[in-house]
Design a protein around this ligand. Structure first.
Ligand code: TPP
Ligand code: MG
Length: 688
């Protein structure tokens, strides 16, 4: 039997990736070994021959990015991170002194606390650029990374200082390209001429249920050419020279994104056996592994074997090339900092996640005004005041900027386009899902993205919002038209369950401000958050700007809930809790109750998540447990409110879908009125 060292070092390295993947999946008794095995040559060439990536500085800002969009092939990435000896770093990029993926962690693939979880997780394992697993998210996110690359280059590169020129390499599968988000994202990438983007498509013609002919017969090459991409083909994944040639044709400074279609045959055991779908996504089994190792000329009984010469080979490849590129960049940057100190300081802040000094200085205070302002309108003003002082805050809307008020209107903002990569207004077109993933990609590259659409369409981007939360990315979502207050557009456009659904996502901070000054505070809170996505929930209709000399300061928003109007006696008879547009309804109900001698406290509760993070003492001071008579008012469903209402509390809101009619008519029709809230308060007090 052949020993490992009898084949070429390249083949030995590739077989190391394969056997590590087999052994890890076998030990875990779950996972997909086939795709990592088949794609090992692609991973090998990209990592060891192409990536400008320093394993000792995995957060270097101009590194090439590698995204494994088919996250189920995670063992491919873990094997590569191990062989490249990528260092684990803390969130400031400081090495912790360990490997990101030590062999012990590969042995513990898919086990608790292993840095090799079932699918790659950003922040958990250094070198993982993005959390992937839900097919389509990686490719979508990569477009955000490409936009960020172009934007950074346009803003910061200077003659002789090509500071930003990284490329984004994405490995994707049939599932990625079947998912709708890939079409949205690729269409936009082609339109924007994002030449720094390279997707490598594993055309293995198999998915879980079987041959792709079951459900996928489009001509992928023609599809991507129609999007404006350059398309190349590699007929056999094991033909390294053909892979190299295709990858060489990708030029990150070029003008069109690149798709490389690579034919592969998924491995499910000894490669001389025929492929069947039964084995797809399952461990190979001991016997099959032995046969496969034998076929590779591998010691059949060795497990998790990494020949030292393979480590040495990677040390001479990425391990030598990467640090050279980074060190050259560092010295370039040092010179740059002398010529362009302000820009260099901005880059430093982008890298460390800081905001500019006095970024919040221009946030306006809104005078009391009974006629008021829609919170989407005050949001537009505050967004502009903030964005003007945070140059790397960029974003846009899915074709609703005039409604979401997400347009940056100051002259230097400009519009991001193929001929103006320095622009800060992004135009996503009607592509909410891609907008969500792209926002994640922007945040992963240090920018502060915001994204707007109608709240009802948050469903169209939910998978990306969820991943932003899982990755702890500071993405700002601006959701307007937040209730039946939308009016005549009717139930298709009236969110009912959406606020509850967003609150259900762990780590996402949902804020529904009650008036213009709460909007101002919401931005203060949102931008300070470095590791939470935030969803602002804003109205289409005008809301009175509350007189803060009469009511408590809007600064209370930072605590999630605060006593806006205290009861005339303590303890209060009843507590009225409102969010957003319903806070004014609570205030009016409080007046009605006062006429009947009932002392009501009004609590504005813009954010459950912020409130839950307060000390218990504060929470009890706002919602004292001894006051059981409570009413919560929100123009959405009741789900979740029981936690604040207790057994005697009553919810006033929606029970089903809305209807098409003027907003005022609908509020009356669905009973979201001061009279109804006052009646509910009496009922809760046991008086009705
Ligand atoms: C959005 C989404 N739907 C379903 C799955 C479950 N899933 C994991 S892999 C896979 C399909 C695998 O086929 P393909 O994408 O061609 O990858 P290959 O097996 O060829 O590597 C599916 C459906 C998923 N991960 N994400
Ligand atoms: Mg496939």
């Amino acid at each position: 039997m052949a020993e490992p060292h009898t084949c070429s070092i390249e083949q030995l390295a590739i077989n190391t990736i394969r056997t590590l993947s087999m052994d890890a999946v076998e030990a875990a008794k779950s996972g997909h070994p086939g795709t990592p095995m088949a794609l090992a040559p692609v991973g090998y060439v990209i990592f060891n021959e192409i990536l400008r990536y320093d394993p000792t500085h995995p957060l270097w800002v101009n590194r090439d990015r590698f995204v494994l969009s088919c996250g189920h092939a995670s063992m491919l990435l873990y094997s590569l991170l191990h062989l490249a000896q990528v260092q684990q770093v803390d969130e400031n990029g400081r090495p912790t002194g360990e490997l990101a993926v030590p062999l012990e962690h590969i042995r513990q693939f898919r086990q608790l606390h292993s840095r090799c979880p079932g699918h790659p997780e950003y922040r958990h394992t250094s070198g993982v650029e993005v959390t992937t697993g839900p097919l389509g998210q990686g490719v979508g996110t990569s477009v955000g990374m490409a936009i960020a690359g172009k934007w950074l280059a346009a803003r910061y590169n200077r003659p002789g200082f090509d500071l930003f020129n990284y490329g984004i390499y994405v490995l994707c599968s049939d599932g990625d390209l079947m998912e709708g988000i890939s079409s949205e994202a690729a269409s936009l990438a082609g339109h924007l001429k994002l030449g720094n983007l390279c997707w490598i498509y594993d055309d293995n013609q198999i998915t879980i249920e079987g041959h792709t002919s079951l459900a996928f017969s489009e001509d992928v090459a023609t599809r991507f050419q129609a999007y404006g991409w350059d398309v190349y083909r590699v007929g056999d994944v094991n033909d390294l020279d053909s892979l190299r040639n295709a990858l060489k044709r990708f030029n990150p400074a070029g003008e069109r994104p690149t798709l490389i279609i690579v034919k592969s045959i998924i491995a499910w055991g000894a490669p001389n056996k025929q492929n069947t779908h039964e084995a797809h996504g399952a461990p190979l089994g001991e016997e099959e592994i032995r046969l496969t190792k034998q076929f590779y000329g591998w010691p059949v009984d060795a497990k998790f074997l990494v020949p030292p010469e393979v480590l040495e080979h990677f040390r001479q490849g990425i391990g030598t090339r990467g640090p050279q590129f980074r060190e050259q960049w560092e010295s370039l940057f040092a010179k740059y900092a002398q010529s362009y100190p302000q820009e260099a300081e901005e880059i430093r802040k982008i890298t460390s996640g800081e905001l500019p000094e006095a970024w919040d200085r221009d946030i306006p205070t809104f005078p009391a005004d009974a006629k008021g302002l829609a919170t989407r309108a005050s949001s537009g003003k505050v967004l502009n005041a903030v964005a003007k002082r945070i140059p790397w805050m960029i974003g846009g809307s899915a074709d609703l900027a005039p409604s979401n008020n997400t347009l940056l209107t100051f002259p230097e903002a400009g519009h991001f386009a193929a001929n103006n990569y320095a622009g800060r207004n992004l135009h996503y077109g009607i592509r909410e899902h891609a907008m969500g993933a792209i926002s994640n990609g922007l945040a992963l590259c240090g920018l502060r993205p915001y994204a707007g659409t109608f709240l009802v369409f948050s469903d169209y981007m939910r998978p990306a919002i969820r991943l932003a939360a899982l990755m702890e990315l500071p993405v700002l979502h601006i959701f307007t038209h937040d209730s039946i207050g939308v009016g005549e557009d009717g139930p298709t456009h009236q969110p009912v369950e959406h606020v509850a659904a967003l609150r259900a996502i762990p780590h996402l901070v949902v804020i529904r401000p009650a008036d213009a000054n709460e909007v101002a505070e919401a931005y203060r809170v949102a931008l300070r958050m470095r590791r939470n996505p935030v969803a602002l929930i804003l109205t289409r209709q005008n809301l009175p700007t509350l007189d803060r000399s009469q009511y408590a300061s809007a600064a209370g928003l930072a605590c999630g809930a605060y006593i806006l109007a205290e009861a005339s006696k303590l303890p209060p008879d009843v507590i009225l809790i409102g969010t957003g547009s319903e806070v004014a309804v609570c205030l009016a109900a409080r007046e009605l109750l006062a006429q009947d001698g009932i002392a009501a406290r009004v609590v504005s509760m813009p954010s459950w998540e912020l409130f839950e993070s307060q000390p218990e003492e504060y929470r009890r001071s706002v919602l004292p447990p001894e006051v059981a008579a409570r009413v919560a008012v929100e123009a959405g469903i009741a789900q979740g409110w029981e936690r604040y209402l207790g057994p005697k509390g009553i919810f006033v809101g929606m029970k089903g879908f809305g209807a098409s009619a003027p907003a005022g008519v609908l509020m009356k029709h669905f009973g979201i009125t001061p009279e109804n809230v006052a009646a509910a308060a009496k009922k809760s007090l046991g008086q009705a």
